[in-house]
Write a protein that binds this ligand. Sequence first.
Ligand SMILES: [Mn+2]
Length: 309
Amino acid sequence: MNAFDIIENESGRFSSIVIIGHIQPDGDCIGSSLGLKYLLKDNYGLDATVVNQRIERFDFLGTWTLPGNVDYSDAFVIHVDNSTRDRSADVPFIDAPAILKIDHHLVVDSYGTWNVEEIVSSCSEIIARHAIEKGLRIGQDAARALYAGMVTDTGRFAYPSVDSTTFRVAATLLESGFDMPDLISRIQVRSPESVGYMGYVYSSMKISSGGVVWLYVAQDVIDRFGLTPDKVSEALSCMRDIEGHPIQVLFADLDGLIRVEFRSDRIDIVDVARRFGGGGHAFACGARLASPSDIPLVVEALEAYMPKV
Ligand SMILES: [Mn+2]
């Protein structure tokens, strides 16, 4: 079902439209939520409120409301890029009378009244493709936001999730005429602190005896470089480039727990994430640990998935 059919047919019965992303927002979360907001305004004259946590790097794409400021009692909620209800940027959304879930992660929690769940490269790709199939007008602001989501969630169109449809959708977005090189340079720009952190990552990451690349970013490091959670995750882009080591895992102190992010080059490791209470995609997933003493257990569990040579 086309997501815009659902919005067209159902949203008018409610006093507001609210678009929400997941906690610790990334480019796809911000891009898909703002891109959808612009599409609704340009094509239907609908004003939607976007709710996300702040992520400075994407401020140039638009404005949104911070969690905790929205009344959901008569809201039509569109939740984007979020697999499970507990990962929402604004958990009280679940009490809204109407929820449209649009997501591209493995399906574990169909929390919507309507669920548009497609396993493709990004949530932005779903929204853009539905808009194209529906014949909607895609203005430069919408195209730029959706393209930002696509380009960041695919590692610049390099991940295995990219297929020919991804490029067809991206091509249509480019036809709107937004300044693509300017967008890419805004996304790629790094602060001096961020470059310092990359230096730390390259000199501190480890390769276990079984070949898994891992790094634990403790609170003192986070403080030293002034890192937000999404900045911490940028370590993964350094860790995945080591020849012959297709599995990486990043541990970082976060809110009294240890956030774990798993990545692999086409090896299905999501069972390890699930074993430690997490989930996600086959090649990109996450979990939380209560204590650093569990780190060796996670690394050891991943070693069993390394290709045998
Ligand atoms: Mn995404």
